[in-house]
Design a binder for this molecule. Structure first.
Ligand SMILES: Nc1ncnc2c1ncn2[C@@H]1O[C@H](COP(=O)(O)OP(=O)(O)OP(=O)(O)O)[C@@H](O)[C@H]1O
Ligand SMILES: CC(=O)N[C@H]1[C@@H]2OC[C@@H](O2)[C@@H](O)[C@@H]1O[C@H](C)C(=O)O
Length: 359
């Protein structure tokens, strides 16, 4: 067992999730501590300006990468303070970084975050760049949390779906056999609703889903959104944050737009069921979207089986992705797979990650 920090900066750009975990990277993962450090609005704007993998003439990528790395070093300090654990008692950091571009069909995915700089700043060895090897081999490079979900779900009734609703939404389907793990991004998570709200009333998200609850779903706009070819594609498949064009909702009131985009997220999750070998008996939901009661209600209506936040099985739905990158960092050091042909479409089980020792 190793003591490992996992760090995630997700597509919703809300901040850094940092988790401290005791794990063997195989069957065991015991959470010790968790903090979220929100980004300042100005930094969030700078990060947003880098999305799309622009060149140095158009976006200050190097400068943002340095600031992002330093913010992660601060997050590690805050986490260890909170946990009462000294840096020299930590074996490893799993550093996801921030995805600014993801186009597996072009064999390109780009997570900014300087592993060597983080190792220097914290005095702890770092694994980063988790997705490149998978994408270079022809896989989607995402999602990577499924093997962690499978390890956690060992004793739960199957088939089970674990749904993460972050900026983008992704699902892990776990069947009865040990190797039966299927995964993909299902469609948008909260990013479209977040952007809608930000542009209308400056809020960062629809707290509790209350704006959506006060609106009406525009069925024509919803049908236009669901006409995207992504939903007919078989698994595995993955998405860039900005893959969907929200223009069908333009012209709707703030309430109806929020209701329609929230329904789009729920309906796109339901569209994955026909692509699975068997419908899940239950959906466990992690990520910030589980705090949106309107979305959770729409999911339950469309899926027709129990849909519960992961807290129902005593997991922490805010910490899970960060914990996963601690677990994956250990797997990387052990040369174990981070992905399978059924989770990312890689041609074989793939290890990955780049190691940065403390210089
Ligand atoms: N109380 C709440 N009510 C409604 N929505 C919420 C609430 N709290 C968080 N959210 C939503 O959750 C989002 C953050 O989710 P999360 O932190 O899981 O995303 P992420 O990890 O950045 O994304 P990804 O999983 O795609 O990488 C916010 O942007 C917001 O839309
Ligand atoms: C390219 C990229 O960063 N993808 C993220 C994103 O956010 C959610 C979804 O899209 C998922 O595929 C992935 O993150 C999680 C942590 C994963 O790899 O499992």
């Amino acid at each position: 067992m190793q003591t490992v920090v996992g760090l995630m900066s997700g597509t919703s750009m809300d901040g850094i999730d940092a988790a401290l975990v005791r794990t063997d990277g195989e069957t065991r993962a015991e959470p010790l501590a968790f903090v979220t450090i929100p980004y300042e609005d100005a930094f969030r704007g700078a990060l947003r300006s880098c999305l799309g993998g622009k060149g140095p003439a158009e976006a200050p990528v190097e400068e943002v990468e340095r600031a992002l790395t330093d913010a992660h070093a601060d997050a590690v300090r805050r986490l260890l303070e909170e946990a009462g654990v000294a840096a020299d008692a930590v074996d490893l950091i799993g550093f996801h970084g921030h995805t600014i571009f993801h186009a597996p069909d072009q064999r390109r995915t780009w997570q900014i975050g300087d592993g060597a700089r983080l190792a220097r700043a914290t005095g702890i060895a770092v694994v980063n760049d988790f997705r490149t090897a998978d994408v270079e081999a022809g896989g989607q490079g995402a999602p990577l949390v499924p093997l962690f979900h499978r390890a956690l779900a060992d004793a739960l009734p199957r088939p089970l779906a674990v749904l993460n609703i972050g900026g983008v939404a992704n699902v892990t389907w776990i069947g009865n056999g040990d190797d039966e793990v299927i995964a993909c991004d299902t469609g948008p998570g909260n990013a479209l609703v977040d952007d809608w709200i930000l542009n209308r009333n400056g809020a960062r998200y629809d707290a509790g889903g209350s704006l959506a609850a006060s609106g009406r779903v525009d069925e024509a706009a919803l049908a236009a959104l669901l006409a995207h070819p992504y939903f007919d594609q078989p698994t595995p498949k993955s998405l860039d944050r900005d893959a969907f064009d929200p223009s069908p909702v333009h012209g709707l009131s703030p309430e109806d737009g929020a209701a329609t985009l929230t329904a789009f997220t729920a309906a796109s999750v339901a569209r994955i069921v026909p692509h699975l070998p068997q419908a899940p008996l239950r959906w466990l939901v992690c990520g910030g979207g589980r705090h949106n009661a309107t979305l959770m209600g729409m999911l339950a209506d469309r899926l027709g089986v129990p849909v519960d936040p992961v807290e129902a099985v005593a997991w922490n739905g805010d910490a899970l992705e960060a914990e996963a990158f601690a677990y994956l960092a250990v797997r990387s050091r052990k040369g174990l797979p981070l992905s399978l042909p059924t989770t990312t479409g890689a041609p074989r089980p793939m290890t990955g990650g780049r190691f940065h020792p403390v210089a």
